[in-house]
Design a protein around this ligand. Structure first.
Ligand SMILES: Cc1cc2nc3c(=O)[nH]c(=O)nc-3n(C[C@H](O)[C@H](O)[C@H](O)COP(=O)(O)OP(=O)(O)OC[C@H]3O[C@@H](n4cnc5c(N)ncnc54)[C@H](O)[C@@H]3O)c2cc1C
Length: 302
């Protein structure tokens, strides 16, 4: 139960506030139960006050980008949501580009291309924010966002202070960073700019986007690849296919025909359907290959 005074005070800040909001509206899976409170700050300035109000009221809070890597439970959820997507500005500084955490990767990728900066081509088709990408060190086609990072600024819930981490301190590794462990709120990111040729950068982006269009079930709700690659040479999608699970369906959730590493929502999938498919795949992969698949997608449970 949220204190009415807290809600009233939030309404007076530069922020969008909604009560009893369906998370399904904010995830690319189109899945997720209701949260008691949804807060979307319009400016970075208001963040410290929002965080302190939620903390005062002892509210657990999850940070949300565009929800493209989240699978949340179906029932009422016991946490508030802090949606970062209105904090989406960026500017150029001597050190490179500084961007707010809610800036879409696709927008940044386009800006890099227009300026002739290479390195962010891989992100052209990844449907997330820079904050979400930093959290799990998003990557594709042999590149990852951590390689481009100069510094990351976070806001610490407990001390109420900002902190800046160098690239090394961010602890990036395959689909992982220090922030996946600490749950810190990423507020801004400084990215390196490396000169390249506009035409070549544009060609690479187009190539990557076409490959996604061909191989990924983009017409359905999903959260991208469900599982992390356990090793460099183990192809999860092909392994799932080899088990005869291509197109396998539970309720409204299906292993994609086009890319077996994706689970898609055919329209009516519940979180329970997707989780049942995940459990089945993990069990069969473990039994056949002796491999414990780790999830790439973040589970938000009741
Ligand atoms: C069709 C499709 C294709 C995809 N392809 C790829 C791919 O090629 N490579 C890849 O790596 N991923 C891919 N993804 C997954 C996803 O797009 C990325 O992981 C993306 O970076 C997630 O960003 P987001 O803003 O949607 O984060 P969300 O899904 O909103 O959040 C994911 C996690 O990050 C946390 N988080 C979000 N913002 C912040 C913040 N500001 N501070 C702290 N924590 C934060 C959340 O709390 C949550 O734990 C794909 C997804 C889809 C649907």
């Amino acid at each position: 139960m949220i204190d009415r005074l807290v809600i009233e005070r939030l309404y007076h800040l530069e922020t969008t506030v909604r009560i009893n909001e369906a998370l399904s509206k904010h995830t690319t899976f189109g899945i997720g139960g209701r949260v008691p409170l949804y807060v979307k700050p319009l400016t970075l300035r208001t963040l410290p006050e929002i965080v302190s109000l939620l903390k005062e009221d002892d509210q657990e809070c999850k940070i949300l980008g565009i929800g493209s890597n989240v699978l949340a439970d179906d029932g009422p959820l016991p946490f508030c949501l802090l949606d970062m997507t209105d904090l989406n500005g960026f500017s150029q500084e001597a050190k490179g580009i500084v961007t707010d955490a809610g800036c879409p990767l696709r927008k940044l990728s386009r800006v890099f291309c227009d300026h002739g900066w290479s390195g962010l081509e891989f992100a052209a088709g990844i449907p997330g924010t820079i904050g979400g990408a930093i959290m799990m060190n998003a990557g594709a086609y042999g590149s990852q966002i951590g390689d481009l990072v100069r510094e990351v600024e976070t806001f610490d819930w407990d001390s109420g202070r900002y902190r800046v981490y160098s690239q090394q301190e961010c602890g990036f590794s395959y689909r992982n960073s220090r922030f996946s462990q600490t749950g810190e709120l990423i507020t801004r990111v400084w990215l390196k700019t490396v000169a390249g040729e506009v035409d070549k950068i544009g060609e690479r982006m187009k190539d990557y986007e076409c490959r996604r269009f061909d191989k990924q079930p983009l017409e359905y709700g999903s959260a991208g690849s469900v599982f992390k690659k356990p090793t460099e040479d183990f192809h999860v999608g092909k392994a799932i296919e080899s088990l005869g699970l291509k197109g396998y369906r539970i309720g409204g959730a299906r292993v994609s025909h086009r890319h077996c590493g994706f689970i898609i929502n055919e329209g009516s999938a519940t979180s329970a359907d997707v989780r049942a498919l995940i459990d089945l795949i993990r069990e069969r992969i473990n039994r056949t290959f002796g491999i414990e698949l780790e999830l790439e997608v973040c589970l938000w449970s009741q």
